[in-house]
Design a protein around this ligand. Structure first.
Ligand code: UD1
Ligand code: CA
Length: 454
């Protein structure tokens, strides 16, 4: 039996105090709604229908590449009304799951049991909260059988004592939902069509209502303000950190690692504090990542040491390298085995072959550096003439003296030596010393300038 998923996203999100739609705010670098969509699609539904009201342009634009059915709920007349707008777009033979666009962390393993449904059956996800204020209460009879949901604003004092509440997440067959939703009224304190009223009506018609208790309240919590956004973020990060430690990664402080993406880390990796890993990152066995380092969309192979305060983007760093402290590896760089990149070195769109060293204060851009090359302190590849970029090629075993400028396009031959302080504008031959600086001389009688008296 196929599944249709309805995601309710018409709420205003006023409490975020943001010009950006609430559901585009990010948890772990990913929009809140995208968390819900990823979970939804992992259930392999036939269709996903998103009910929107506000910020339509912004939200639809952001997800334009997703295969979604967008349904407008122009006026927010309640959750029942919202689902009613979506139902005409749902396959009438399907099971239907209702999710909330602002509840990002609900786990697919929590949802699956809700979908083990018969016809003439509805299921709902409840949760026990220490503070149930604001939520719809789950009302049961003395035999503990489910009777109905009563919204906070409609509840009696006695009902307000109940701490089992409705998460809002529910499932049922289209036909059952349709029948009960068509019969909703807005005869309540808020004058809204409450989706939750379908359950009391179902019970009256001897339809089985299966309730399931979510075991982690925070995973079914909605985000309404920035404090909740932050606490969901922290919970998510703690969970990722726990998974890493279970898999053999040492975290010097699990509360000071942030993961925003698809990150794979092998065992015996050690990560110091304040590290940020973003996008698709892979870190191989035995690597060490220093404090305050940020790595995005990169692969770091095994046993590489990244010292403190490095920024690495969209690059491949092979095994046995030593990078930093204070190194910046910019996109499209490839550092082969046992390369050393030291402090205040910037590498951009360059390949550095094995065992080469660029240890101090250098800029290497649009370059191909051979293996066992030594690049002295303060060396610059002048790759840009103000209009176009050009390539620098440095052969194996070359030695580039400190403070050399290589004005690209230029090639330094294999085994070449460049004298310190040279400006290299034409190719330097293999195995020779090339030096461009003027001969040193001392000027007789030269005097330092002195300060003028007024
Ligand atoms: C709802 C439930 C309540 C539950 C709580 C959990 C109802 C009547 N009540 O209450 O039992 O404990 O969620 O958080 O369902 N929405 C629309 N269109 C509307 C109204 C709401 O799309 O017309 C969407 C909102 O964007 C939001 C979700 O539905 O994502 C829940 O709406 P909200 O107003 O927060 O419901 P509550 O009154 O808090
Ligand atoms: Ca709510």
């Amino acid at each position: 039996m196929s599944l249709s998923i309805i995601i309710l996203a018409a709420g205003k999100g006023t409490r975020m105090k943001s010009s950006k739609s609430k559901i585009l705010h990010c948890v772990a670098g990913k929009p809140i709604l995208q968390h819900v969509l990823d979970t939804a699609f992992s259930l392999k539904p036939e269709e996903v229908v998103v009910v929107y009201g506000h910020d339509a342009e912004q939200v639809r634009n952001h997800f334009r590449e997703w295969s979604l059915t967008w349904v407008e709920q122009a006026e927010q007349l309640g959750t029942g009304h919202a689902v009613a707008q979506a139902l005409p777009h749902v396959n009438k033979n399907n099971k239907v799951l209702v999710l909330y666009a602002d509840v990002p962390l609900v786990d697919v393993n929590t949802l699956k049991p809700l979908l083990e449904l018969q016809k003439d059956q509805l299921s709902l996800l409840s949760v026990k909260l220490d503070n149930p204020t604001g939520y719809g209460r789950i009302i049961r009879n003395q035999e503990n059988q489910f009777l109905e949901i009563v919204e906070h604003k409609d509840a009696s004092n006695e009902q307000l004592e109940i701490n089992e509440v409705n998460t809002g997440i529910l499932a049922g067959y289209y036909a059952d939902l349709k029948k009960f939703i068509d019969n909703l009224s807005n005869d309540n304190v808020q004058k809204e069509y409450y989706l939750t009223d379908i359950f009391a009506n179902a019970v009256k018609e001897n339809i089985l209502v299966k309730t399931m208790l979510a075991d982690k309240p925070i995973e079914v919590e909605g985000i309404n303000n920035r404090k909740q956004l932050a606490s969901i973020e922290r919970y998510y990060q703690q969970k990722r950190a726990d998974q890493l430690m279970e898999n053999g990664v040492t975290l010097l402080d699990p509360s000071r690692l942030d993961i925003r993406g698809n990150v794979t880390i092998e065992n015996d990796v050690t990560i110091d504090i304040n590290v940020i890993l973003e996008g698709d990152v892979k870190i191989g066995q035995g690597c060490q990542i220093g404090a305050n380092t940020s790595i995005s969309d990169s692969v770091i192979e095994s046993n590489t040491q990244i010292f403190a305060n490095c920024v690495i983007e969209n690059s491949l760093i092979k095994s046995g390298c030593r990078i930093g402290p204070f190194a910046r590896i910019r996109p499209d760089s490839e550092l082969n085995e046992n390369v050393h990149i030291g402090n205040f070195v910037e590498i951009k769109k360059s390949v550095v072959k094995t065992k080469s060293k660029i240890n101090h204060l250098s800029y290497i851009g649009d370059s191909e550096v051979g293996s066992q090359v030594n690049i002295g302190a303060g060396t610059i590849t002048c790759n840009y003439d103000g209009a176009n970029k050009y390539k620098t090629t440095i052969g194996d075993n070359a030695f580039i003296g400190s403070c050399t400028q290589m004005v690209a396009p230029v090639t330094i031959g294999e085994g070449a030596t460049i004298g310190a302080g040279s400006t290299i504008t034409t190719d330097a031959p293999e195995h020779k010393l090339t030096i461009s600086r003027a001969k040193q001389r001392s000027i007789e009688g030269w005097q330092r300038p002195v300060k003028k008296t007024k």
